[in-house]
Design a binder for this molecule. Sequence first.
Ligand SMILES: [Fe+2]
Length: 335
Amino acid sequence: MDVVSRCLLSAQEADSLCAAAQSALTAQGSPAHPSFYEGLEDHFHRIPASIRHALRDLRESPTLCALHISGVRVDPERCGPTPLSWQAGLDDDRQALEEAQLALLASFLGSVFAWPTIQRGRMVQNLLPVEKDREEQSGHGSVALEWHTEDGFHPDRCRYLALLGVRNHDRVPTTLGTVHDLGLADDLRAVLRERRFLIRPDLEHLRQLAAYAPDSDMLRQARAMHENPEPVALLFGDPDAPCLRIDAPYTTALPGDDEAAEALAAITGELDRAQRDVVVGEGDVLIVDNYRAVHGRRAFRPRFDGTDRWLKRISVAGRAPAPAMAGAGTRSQAL
Ligand SMILES: [Fe+2]
C-alpha cells in the first residue's frame, strides 16, 4: 500500500506555483501574520492542477498518510543563512516567497493556525538547530527527535503538518511511521481504543509559556494538562481505517493498568520498527496527516555557521476522518 504519495513538479508547474505565491504576497502581505490567510482561497485557482489533485488525494484518500512534493522554487541565497535562533527568524521577511508557497499549499487543505505558545504565534515557524537546545525534544534540538503526533496531548491538534525545506545540505532525515504499519493483535487494538492512556504536553509549550507569559491563564492550563491529563485512547475512529494519537516521550498508561502498559509497549515497538526516512531537502514539501502518521527526526551534527538544516513549518486544522473526534481549529489556537 502506498502511504506516502509523490509529486514531482515540472519547471513550468514550479514557476506557476511561485507566481501564484507572488500574487498572494502582493495582495495579502506577510505569511507570518494571520491576515495573509483571510481570503487566500481567491488564489487557489492559480495553483497548478496537478498539485491541487495531489492535495485533494491526500485529503480524501482513506489510506494516504503523507504527500511529498519536490521541485518547489526555493532560493537559499535570497533566504539568507540559517538563523542561529528562532527569535532571529521572527521578523525576517527574506523567505516570504517560500513561506507563501507553503502557505498556499497548506491552506488548500484547511485552515492554517498557530499556537500562541510557539514562536510567539508566528504562522510559519522556523525549524533550525539552536546551540543551547541541542538535547531538547523539539524542532531546535539536534539529538534524535522521537516520533510523535504533533501536539498529541491536545484535542485541537493539527490535522496536517506541512514542512518546506529551505536548506538541508546534510540530508538529515525526517522520520515517518503510519497507522498502517501496526501489526497488532485484535485484543491489543481493543485496549488501545479505550481511554486508558495519558499524553502530557510537550515541554516546549511549557518552556515558552513560562518564558513569555509567566502569569497567564494559558500557562496555568498547560500546567494542569501536564499534572492532571485526561485519559485518552491511542487508536480511534473507523476500525478498518483507524486514526492514531501518541507521543513517544510523553505517553503513559494509566497508573496500575498493566494491560494498557502492555498495549502501549506493543504499539511503541511497532512504530519503532516501522520508522521510514524522508529527506525534506531544498525545495521539498512534506505534508503529514497528523491523524494517521507520527513523525520525528534523526540525530545530526549541526555546525551553527548558517549552513544547517532549515525547514519552515505550518499547522493546518481539520476534522478527523472519524465522526466522533473533534479537530476543527481557529486561526490562533488557545490552550
Ligand atoms: Fe513535530
